[in-house]
Unconditional design. Structure first.
Length: 71
């Protein structure tokens, strides 16, 4: 039983060949799938936490909160 390893260049060549044969729709799906696999879930959570912080600290939100507390 022989085990062979492919060089990085060979792997990339095969990937490029595969991508060239894909339809536009297949290429888009492939890109989205790879992006989802490569995404760090903590990066997404950090981005959501930052968005919430910005929402809370925006001037408009601050004015609304001040208006509610003054009663």
């Amino acid at each position: 039983m022989a085990i062979s390893f492919q060089s990085e260049e060979e792997v990339l060549r095969k990937l490029r060949d595969k991508l060239r044969r894909m339809t536009d729709e297949e290429l888009i799906k492939f890109g989205k799938d790879v992006q989802r696999l490569a995404e760090n879930p903590f990066t997404r959570q950090l981005a959501e936490a930052r968005a919430e912080w910005k929402r809370r600290k925006s001037p408009r939100t601050a004015r609304l909160a001040a208006g509610r507390s003054s009663g």
